[in-house]
Design a protein around this ligand. Structure first.
Ligand SMILES: NC(=O)c1ccc[n+]([C@@H]2O[C@H](COP(=O)([O-])OP(=O)(O)OC[C@H]3O[C@@H](n4cnc5c(N)ncnc54)[C@H](OP(=O)(O)O)[C@@H]3O)[C@@H](O)[C@H]2O)c1
Length: 245
C-alpha cells in the first residue's frame, strides 16, 4: 500500500527501529501517530516527523495501556506497525518469572490486543499490518522466552493474513540491529559475525515490504537461508545452531 496522507501508528517509535521507521514513513507522507514510554525521546521523534505522540506503557498499564493508545488515535489507521519489544538474555532457569511475563505481555499480548481492536478499521481502509518479530522466532539459545514471543507473533501474523485478505500483513525478521535493544536485554551484542546492521536499513526494508505487500521481510536477506533450513529440516537447524551459535 501507499502510505501518503494515511494514518499510520508505530509502536516502539521512541527508539531504534521504530524511530527510524517513523522517519521513513514521515518522508513518504504518512500521518503518523508514534508511541513509546519515554516521553522525552518520543517527543523528539514526533518533532522530527510531525507525528502525534502518545506516551503509553503497554505492559505496566495492562489492557489500559492499549486503551490509552486506541483512545488517542485521531482517525482510522490504515497502517499499524507493531515494533515495541524487548528481550532478556541468559539461561531459561535463571530468568525471573515476572520478567518472562513482561516479555510475553509486551511482545505478544499487546500486539494481539491492538490488532484485535483495530482490525475492522484496517479492513475498512484496506490497510496494512506490520509485525516486527525477529530471526529469533526460529529459536535462539539463551533467549527462549523472547524466541517464543517472536514465534508466537509470526504465527499470529500468519493467521491474520489468512483471516483478513482485505489487508496486507508483513512479518519482519531482523537479525542483529544496532540499537539500544542489546543493552536493555541485559547482555551487549558480542559476536564478531554477523555485524549488527543499521536501524535505518531495516526501516528501508520495512517500507519496501509495505509498498510491495511482502509476506515476510528477512534482513539481512542472507538470513532467509536459516529460515528455509529451519522450515525444511528443524533437526539440522538445531544442530547447526548449537555448533555455530
Ligand atoms: N535490535 C535488534 O537486534 C533486533 C533484532 C530483531 C528484532 N528486534 C525487534 O525490533 C523491535 C524494536 O527493537 P529495537 O532494536 O528498536 O530496540 P529499542 O531501541 O530498545 O526499542 C524498543 C522500543 O520498544 C518500546 N517499549 C519497550 N517496552 C515498552 C513498554 N512496556 N510499553 C511500550 N513501549 C515499550 C521502547 O520504548 P521506550 O524506549 O520509550 O521505553 C522502544 O521504543 C523489538 O520488537 C525487537 O524485539 C530487534
Amino acid at each position: 500500500m501507499r502510505v501518503a496522507d494515511r494514518v499510520a501508528l508505530v509502536t516502539g517509535a521512541s527508539s531504534g527501529i521504530g524511530a527510524a521507521l517513523a522517519e521513513r514513513l514521515a518522508a513518504d507522507g504518512a500521518r503518523l501517530v508514534v508511541t513509546g514510554r519515554d516521553a522525552e525521546r518520543l517527543h523528539q521523534v514526533a518533532e522530527r516527523t510531525g507525528a502525534k505522540a502518545v506516551v503509553a506503557d503497554l505492559v505496566a498499564d495492562g489492557a489500559s495501556g492499549v486503551g490509552t493508545l486506541l483512545d488517542a488515535l485521531p482517525a482510522r489507521p490504515a497502517l499499524v506497525v507493531h515494533c515495541a519489544g524487548a528481550g532478556a538474555a541468559g539461561p531459561l532457569a535463571e530468568l525471573a518469572p515476572a520478567r518472562a511475563d513482561e516479555l510475553i505481555d509486551l511482545n505478544l499480548r499487546a500486539p494481539i490486543q491492538l490488532t484485535r481492536a483495530l482490525l475492522p478499521d484496517l479492513q475498512a481502509e484496506r490497510g496494512h499490518l506490520v509485525f516486527v518479530a525477529s530471526i529469533a522466532a526460529l529459536g535462539v539459545a539463551g533467549e527462549a522466552v523472547y524466541s517464543a514471543t517472536k514465534a508466537g507473533l509470526r504465527g499470529f501474523a500468519d493467521a491474520v493474513r489468512i483471516e483478513a485478505p482485505e489487508i496486507g500483513v508483513t512479518t519482519v525478521l531482523p537479525g542483529a540491529v544496532d540499537t539500544p535493544y542489546f543493552g536493555r536485554r541485559g547482555r551487549e551484542y558480542d559476536r564478531r559475525f554477523p555485524r549488527p546492521i543499521r536501524a535505518d536499513r531495516v526501516a528501508e526494508e520495512i517500507a519496501r515490504g509495505i509498498r510491495r505487500d511482502a509476506v515476510e521481510v528477512v534482513t539481512p536477506r542472507w538470513l532467509a537461508l536459516g529460515a528455509r533450513v529451519h522450515g525444511a529440516a528443524p533437526a539440522l537447524f538445531a544442530r547447526a545452531s548449537r555448533r555455530f551459535g
